[in-house]
Write a protein of this length. Structure first.
Length: 245
């Protein structure tokens, strides 16, 4: 016969309060796993075509497979992983056909926010943009592509913030997920990080001169460069791309 203590434990496990306490923990675990996995996928730490094991991830986080599955499903919705019921879960290849459209959307939005930022930027905000560029110089000198990418994200997010529309950057983050994976393949190219720094300097020069047309045009040229890089990058890394039929 079960003891009173075991009955109490069973009742507690069935109570609404217990379920409410447990669910946030599972949700928090799923969010943490999603964030970390997404970073690994976007940075190409997990390469296109690599298999993903829910069991291994669950063991590494010390959780059940449920929060792992929730994270995987969310990543699948973003097109970062593919789930094949009879074969397994794999890192998706970069959809080549989707890149030009995503770049066009991003260029349009960021050219607009840059023009707006030019009209609103304070002296301290311009100094902040310049300090971010300095972080990129240091990352380039150290050959630290991760630090360079983080500073690049901070630069573009700061411009949206200065423009008074930080929500636009959040929208861009959703649009450019595959572009980010593609961009990681361009950074190892000799001199590419220095070119990005020079392009960023041109954008800030336009903002500092209070010239919306010049700043917006500099941003447009900077992002258009991504589109012109697609063919060469695909040629150098064909295994990373999902080729259109």
């Amino acid at each position: 016969m079960p003891s009173r203590a075991s009955k109490t434990s069973e009742i507690a496990s069935r109570s609404p309060g217990h379920r409410r306490a447990g669910r946030p923990r599972a949700a928090t675990a799923a969010a943490r796993i999603y964030t970390n996995l997404r970073a690994e996928l976007v940075s190409l730490e997990r390469r296109p075509g690599d298999a993903i094991s829910e069991t291994e991830i669950a063991l590494s986080y010390g959780v059940s497979r449920t929060p792992v599955r929730e994270a995987i499903l969310k990543l699948s919705d973003e097109g970062l992983v593919e789930i094949f019921p009879q074969s397994g879960i794999f890192v998706s290849r970069i959809p080549l056909a989707a890149l030009p459209e995503a770049i066009i959307i991003r260029k349009s939005l960021e050219e607009t926010t840059t023009r707006m930022a030019t009209e609103r930027a304070s002296a301290s905000q311009i100094l902040n943009l310049q300090s971010i560029i300095q972080r990129q110089r240091e990352a380039d000198a150290a050959g630290d592509r991760d630090a360079f990418h983080q500073a690049d994200e901070a630069f573009h997010a700061a411009i949206a913030e200065i423009a008074g529309h930080p929500g636009i950057w959040k929208l861009i983050l959703q649009v450019k997920v595959h572009v980010d994976r593609f961009r990681r393949l361009t950074l190892p190219q000799r001199g590419r990080m220095a070119e990005v720094i020079a392009e960023h300097e041109g954008i800030v020069a336009g903002i500092e001169a209070r010239d919306p047309s010049a700043a917006g045009a500099a941003m447009a040229r900077h992002l258009e460069r991504l589109r012109t890089d697609i063919s060469a990058t695909q040629h150098n890394n064909p295994e990373f791309f999902d080729q259109p039929d």
